[in-house]
Design a protein around this ligand. Structure first.
Ligand code: TRP
Length: 361
């Protein structure tokens, strides 16, 4: 059995630094590691519709957008198969069969769904499609026989749910589905980048994002607004590094070589932190330093995206071909599922032979 990756994103907006740190960078690394036999990267438009059903334009408008960012960040379509979820009908059909294996009470217990329901004000009446999206995620994962799901910890309940479905299916219908395992970020700092306002998560709706196509000017402006230490008022005041967004970002992005290039007065981040903690180091200095580093990170992505924008036909083609390949693979799984469930009536005339035998007895 091969090592197969499946992962994806809902196309609801531009991708930002939080996506880059939390998943994109790692996906490119996994892609180039040569350790995986097949890699599928899904633009989850059907799932995006479960909470944007009343705004289909938003989903439609962001499908190519997300693909552009994938390619701009270094996803290579020769190694990673990028596809559009809704264009693989086998996924929808699998979802319908898997729904039989999950109770409504179990769906209500999913902690990620719970918090999203609150966030979206669905408490009064949850759309059943939304409640069911973890089941559809199980379909996504099993359709490709994925063994490895690189995700953040908010997705753990989905993978747990998938494993439960796999167990039930295999027990009732026969052992054909592959049990997936999550692949969590290696280090704590890759887990989740806070917003520029210090809120736990970078998110479009909170307006606290640095986008992967922001100009140097945008980046500078946003870094200058960053939340630091509210008690660090005068330069001479001692400053706090914990919970200071500038340092959280520096922890993620800063390398010793950046000091040589941009801030030669210091050897490394430890020295900078020490000075800040002692007092005598102003926010503007650390912010300018961070801004330069972030400009360096984002520039190649922004430029690659601009280049791709001149060639949308190519991007479209990548999606079309990727979706074709995804359909081939998912259809194989669907056919096996139908066979195991005994709903393969028109395959090999097996059904008719059986019925003839039954009626001739
Ligand atoms: N739920 C994921 C997100 O919101 C997207 C997704 C859909 C996904 N299906 C998946 C992720 C299967 C991993 C595996 O970003």
């Amino acid at each position: 059995m091969g090592k197969i990756i499946l992962t994806g994103d809902r196309p609801t907006g531009k991708l930002h630094l939080g996506h880059y740190v939390g998943s994109l960078k790692n996906r490119v690394k996994l892609q180039n590691s040569g350790e995986y036999d097949e890699i599928y990267l899904m633009i989850a438009d059907s799932q995006a519709l479960t909470d944007n059903f009343d705004n289909p334009r938003k989903v439609r408008d962001n499908v190519l957008e997300v693909a552009l960012f994938y390619l701009a960040c270094g996803i290579d379509p020769n190694k990673t198969n990028i596809f559009i979820q809704s264009q693989v009908p086998a996924l929808t059909e699998l979802t319908f069969y898997y729904m039989n294996l999950v109770t409504v009470a179990r769906l209500h217990r999913n902690p990620t769904v719970k918090s999203e329901v609150k966030l979206r004000g669905f408490e009064e009446s949850i759309p059943s499609g939304f409640l069911n999206y973890p089941v559809s995620q199980a379909a996504d994962i099993t359709a490709f026989a994925a063994t490895t799901i690189p995700v953040g910890d908010d997705q753990l309940p989905m993978i747990e749910q998938t494993r439960e479905i796999v167990h039930s299916f295999n027990r009732i219908y026969g052992e054909i589905l592959v049990e997936p395992k999550e692949l969590l970020p290696e280090s704590n700092k890759e887990k989740r980048l806070p917003g520029i306002d210090g809120k736990a998560k970078m998110s479009k709706s909170l307006g606290n994002c640095i986008y992967l196509d922001d100009s140097d000017e945008d980046i500078n402006k946003k870094v200058m607004q960053m939340y630091t230490d509210p008690d660090h008022i005068k330069v001479s005041d001692p400053g706090k590094v914990e919970g200071n967004v500038v340092f959280t970002y520096l922890d993620v992005f800063c390398k010793d070589s950046h000091f040589d290039t941009y801030l030669p007065e210091y050897k490394n981040l430890d020295e900078l932190k020490e000075h800040y903690t002692k007092g005598g180091l102003g926010d503007v200095v650390i912010k300018r330093f961070l801004a330069k580093i972030l400009c360096e990170v984002i520039k190649p992505i922004r430029e690659k995206r601009e280049e791709l924008l001149q060639n949308l036909d190519y991007v479209y083609d990548v999606l079309k071909q990727g979706t074709e390949k995804a359909n081939e693979k998912a259809t194989i799984t669907l056919n096996r599922v139908r066979e195991q469930m005994g709903i393969d009536y028109f395959e090999n005339s097996k059904f008719l032979d059986e019925m003839k035998e039954k009626f001739n007895k």
